[in-house]
Design a binder for this molecule. Sequence first.
Ligand SMILES: O=C[C@H](O)COP(=O)(O)O
Length: 254
Amino acid sequence: MALRPYVVGNWKMNGTRAMLAEARAIDRSAQRLMKVEVALAPPYTLIHAVHREAEQIGVGAQDCHPSADGAFTGDISAAMVADAGAKFVILGHSERREGHGETDALVRAKAEAALAAGLKLIVCCGESEQVRDEGRAERFVTAQLEASLPDEIDAADERLSVAYEPIWAIGTGRTPTVADIGAMHRAIRDLLVSRYGQDQGSAVRILYGGSVKPENARELLAADEVGGALVGGASLTAESFLGIVVAAVDLQDA
Ligand SMILES: O=C[C@H](O)COP(=O)(O)O
């Protein structure tokens, strides 16, 4: 892996101020683990507080609105999360696509808004179990991603990462085989290179997400073209999240 592996914790709708102790513990250990880039995406309500705690780790948001401002009750713009201390935003997570009807076009509009606000992006993609069973996972995921990505990226400052998260692996304890992850990540890499050119397309980190735990992290992170992990449940305690970070460090050292 040319770039440092990127291990990102997505807290989803979990966390009150009591969880700041976990963020602090992760941050203080991440200091000793410089070979890996570590970040957390807490709920909106904790972005500023985690940002204040964080000396080493990155802080991001789990979504943003495509408009810069306006009459959108309950929504949060990219500039607002940046103002709260976020440096990146996760977009197009399957829980947003499924639970909030987000289309590829909306994800793309959010991506453009986030770039305009100076944020980095983690754009998510992934197939359902039915799509995988029908043997069209790669076609589905690459088409979904192609329609969700921003037009242009600046690879020099690593503005874009992609997260491949098979929906059937999220929170289930099930994962694809290492061979299947490698095949999907290669297909995504081909798409990125044809979309952005060799240099920029090669510099995008492709994260794997879906039931990553300390016990399986080393194996999953070693799959072809895997540049890190997007972690849900196992990012909620410092102990389990750091177990994944340590696996990524070990792999770098191997
Ligand atoms: O964003 C994270 C993913 O949805 C993975 O969640 P999980 O690690 O709980 O399976």
